[in-house]
Write a protein that binds this ligand. Structure first.
Ligand SMILES: *Cc1c(COP(=O)(O)O)cnc(C)c1O
Length: 399
């Protein structure tokens, strides 16, 4: 492993502080490194592998699509793209979709769509987007421009203009920043990277109402919290509202790099031939994965499992919090939780890895739980047992 790690450090850019593990293959909710060490994975590739590793039906669907047609340009039609778009529009309540290769690109598309919508409506290009502090929407220049974390942005300025930030879940601040130039309000339904903060129900409903009253578009980024992660296909279902534009990615392809932005008919039509495009986006291999993912979600009753085992996970995390002075909050829904500690969680996460458990953080003090949506109660128990040991070990070190 050391050899691979050393070599890789020489040829890849140093944009990550990687853990010293070389992963080899996966099976269900477990990953194996090249030495054969087995890890319980509670990160699922950052909320990507919702169906678990080596799902045979998923793999076979991709294999047969590989033998048929991997790629064609968007100048032509293909059947997997139609199947995927139908399933995604149905699940999201949107009318039209544009497939991308990543979440970041879905955000880029959503920004362009909102701006074009405003441009067509008012005949001028001076629109503003209101985005949230501590949000995360991606690393490209456009997506970074709406990401409310200074340390990600600073070195790359000037970013795109016309973006105003407000604190999340704060209606008064939001209202005070709305102007007649506001074309869209953009937020995650549940903030992920920023520490797992769900939108307050009353807040989001009120934001929807404000958008309706003033003709502002509501863009919900469900790249992390959508696709069943919170117990419904999209988290906004639980708030009884729809956005005008939704972005999705991560579990949309369950491993295939694919994202999408989808919108209501009236909004979607603002983008006209020539306004936006992509070489890879929506190619038959990626969209065959998307279509299969939706089928498997139904077949394997994923949402039922998220509810049942997710509740159990929440209960166990709550117990853990009540037993530990060092844990100060638990936030989240479904199978998306953040456990906030009084101190940095780096040591706990490293200890967990030594003890065969993969966890990730969200910021410095929050452990983020994003398991595959197929986990069973026994996996929760296994995780909790290891985590308990790691917390007490980390406490010993800091004493
Ligand atoms: C991961 C993420 C993105 C960026 O997606 P990529 O596929 O990494 O480009 C955007 N928004 C949210 C909420 C995310 O969690």
């Amino acid at each position: 492993m050391e050899n691979i790690i050393n070599q890789q450090e020489q040829v890849l850019m140093h944009t990550y502080q990687r853990y010293p593990v070389v992963l080899d293959h996966g099976e269900g909710v477990y990953l194996y490194d090249t030495n054969g060490k087995k890890y319980l994975d509670f990160a699922s590739g950052i909320a990507v592998f919702a169906l678990g590793y080596a799902n045979q039906e998923y793999n076979n669907a991709l294999k047969s699509q590989i033998d048929k047609l991997i790629h064609t340009t968007n100048y032509f039609y293909n059947e997997p793209a139609l199947a995927a778009a139908k399933k995604l529009t149905k699940a999201s309540g949107m009318d039209r979709v544009f497939f991308t290769n990543s979440g970041t690109e879905a955000i880029e598309g959503a920004i362009k769509l909102a701006r074009k919508y405003y441009y067509k409506k008012f005949g001028k290009a001076d629109s503003e987007i209101i985005a949230m502090e501590h949000s995360f929407h991606g690393r490209s220049m456009g997506a970074l421009s709406v990401t409310g974390t200074k340390k990600y942005r600073e070195a790359f300025e000037p970013l795109i203009g016309g973006v105003v930030f407000v604190p999340y879940n704060n209606l008064e601040e939001l209202k005070s920043k709305i102007s007649d130039k506001t074309c869209a309000i953009l937020m995650e339904t549940v903030q992920g990277e920023g520490g797992i903060y769900p939108a307050d129900p009353e807040y989001l409903k009120e934001v929807r109402k404000i958008c309706d009253d003033l003709g502002i578009l509501l863009i919900l980024d469900e790249i992390q919290c959508g696709m069943g992660r919170c117990g419904t296909m999209f988290a906004y279902e639980q708030y009884g509202i729809f956005p005008d534009i939704v972005t999705t990615a991560k579990a949309l392809g369950c491993g295939m790099p694919v994202g999408a932005f989808a919108a209501k008919e009236l909004v979607a039509n603002a983008l006209e031939p020539g306004d936006h495009g992509t070489t890879y986006g929506g190619n038959p291999l990626a969209t065959a994965a998307v279509a299969k993912v939706f089928d498997l979600f139904e077949q394997e009753q994923i949402l039922v499992n998220v509810k049942e085992v997710g509740d159990y996970l929440q209960e166990k995390l709550l117990d853990l919090m009540n037993e530990n002075q060092s844990i100060i909050a638990l936030r989240g829904k479904g199978m998306m939780y953040g456990l906030e500690f009084a101190n940095p969680v780096k040591d706990i996460i490293s200890k967990a890895l030594e003890k065969n458990l993969i966890l990730i953080s969200a910021g410095t003090n929050v452990i983020r739980f994003l398991p595959a949506l197929i986990i069973e109660k026994k996996h929760v128990d296994e995780m909790i047992t290891i985590l308990k040991e790691c917390i007490s070990m980390a406490e010993l070190i800091s004493c």
